[in-house]
Ligand binder design. Structure first.
Ligand SMILES: [Zn+2]
Length: 425
């Protein structure tokens, strides 16, 4: 008998959700789960060393710790590849204004929206910012998220943006959800630069991006750089200038594109080799075709149009089926933020994706795990239950994975394992 740290066994369905030849599950291949019935999984030093039938693995390994799934479903931990954690405060008042008829862009033009959270986040002490976000990450973990992207973008000056980066690093160290950091000083044009967007872009490329690059070199990590390419935020030329400078400084690239207006951000992302392009609601056909040819992962955020919906203002959603028909790689994320989508649950996002994007439960599950991992450059480490990957997994309180997406508003997660350690039981 071989010694291992952990043996998870007796899973009625063990959903491996494999990468496709080391790449995301693209186009028609999305939804491959590779289910092992009565499955088991052995873990050594936090990594998966074997996957197979329970009878075989129980005869082969002598574990320090066992998790008996009792016929329940085992799936990879969810990866949330787009959040705006950390932020400080809330905007419940703006939600009330929207319910009374104001639009998101009208509230933003009146100094609310992102700037409201910027003011609250700038004023927060570093320790307050960390303390305010820890319970949020604890709720995400209980709902099955084991890795998440986390962005700056509520500082919008050099010191406050670096304060957010420090908060992300501190949050990552203090709890089990693994955080992948993104630097986003071009999230909005701050009010002190009203009517002077190009001057703010000068400051981003000349001062803020180099400061973030110093931060990452000192800590030997690679950051993503993201930009909000949108009417009222940064136009296509400004977005290109920021992303090209970021690439030259060693950042990997992301973009917020086509949420309200099609400015060409998706095609720019593919051209620059961005790891992901996110939102993609108004994306034109030519840009969808570009996603099919390129390597950029399309990240759909169905919580955001749902969060913006009023009874009299239905919203458009990402044309996920057209992206898949073009051969694109599709992932799902919460966009967790205090303005448009305060959603901490990837299970809720899967439920929305099944109804509003037209995905099957299997497609949505793969988009929320293996493809989501590729959307943050972690597809080789997490997102699937393949040998060699980190042992990040969930035991669900059901014997049928199709309950995820079918049920909504609750929580089907019973046990969470992160890097081979049981962190929620
Ligand atoms: Zn966002």
């Amino acid at each position: 008998m071989e010694a291992v740290g952990l043996l998870v066994h007796s899973a009625g369905q063990l959903c491996v959700v494999p990468a496709h030849d080391g790449e995301p599950q693209r186009g028609a291949s999305l939804g491959e789960l590779a289910i092992v019935e009565d499955g088991a999984l052995a873990v050594r030093d936090g990594r998966i060393v074997d996957v197979g039938p329970s009878a075989e693995l129980r005869g082969r390994y002598s574990p320090m710790q066992e998790v008996d799934a009792g016929g329940r479903c085992v799936i990879p931990g969810f990866v949330d590849p787009h959040t705006h954690i950390p932020w400080y405060g809330d905007r419940a008042n703006e939600f009330e204004q929207r319910l009374a008829g104001a639009t998101y862009m009208e509230i933003m033009a009146a100094g609310g929206g992102i700037m409201s959270t910027v003011r609250q986040t700038r004023q927060a002490e570093p320790a307050e910012l960390v303390a305010d976000n820890l319970p949020r990450l604890a709720r995400m973990l209980r709902n099955g998220t084991t890795s998440a992207e986390a962005k700056t973008g509520y500082g919008l000056d050099t010191a406050a943006e670096l304060k957010q980066l420090d908060a992300i690093r501190s949050l990552d160290a203090q709890q089990p959800v693994e955080l992948i950091a993104t630097f986003m000083p071009a999230h909005a044009v701050p009010s002190e630069y009203d009517g002077k967007a190009n001057e703010y872009v000068d400051r981003v490329v000349e001062e803020m991006l180099p400061a973030g690059a110093d931060w990452m070199r000192q800590r030997d990590v690679t950051l993503f750089c993201d930009v909000f390419c949108e009417d009222g935020a940064f136009d296509l030329a400004q977005s290109r200038r920021i992303l090209e400078r970021a690439a030259a400084l060693g950042y990997r690239l992301k973009i917020h594109a086509d949420e309200f207006a099609a400015l060409g951000g998706t095609a720019l992302a593919v051209e620059l080799g961005a790891v992901s392009a996110d939102h993609l609601v108004q994306t034109p056909e030519a840009d969808i075709a570009a996603l099919g040819r390129g390597r950029t992962v399309a990240v759909a955020l169905p919580g955001t149009p749902f969060g913006l919906t009023r009874w009299d203002a239905p919203q458009a959603y990402t044309p996920a089926r057209r992206i898949l028909a073009a051969g694109g790689a599709l992932a799902l994320a919460t966009d967790c933020n205090p303005g448009t989508s305060w959603c901490e649950s990837m299970q809720m996002v899967i439920a929305l994706a099944c109804r509003m994007l037209g995905l099957t439960q299997a497609q949505a599950l793969a988009a929320a795990t293996v493809n989501a991992a590729f959307a943050i450059g972690r597809g080789h480490e997490v997102g699937s239950l393949e040998v060699g990957k980190q042992a990040d997994l969930l035991v669900l309180d059901t014997d049928d994975y199709r309950q995820v997406g079918y049920q909504f508003g609750g929580n089907l997660v019973k046990t969470v394992v992160k890097k081979g350690r049981v962190v929620i039981q």
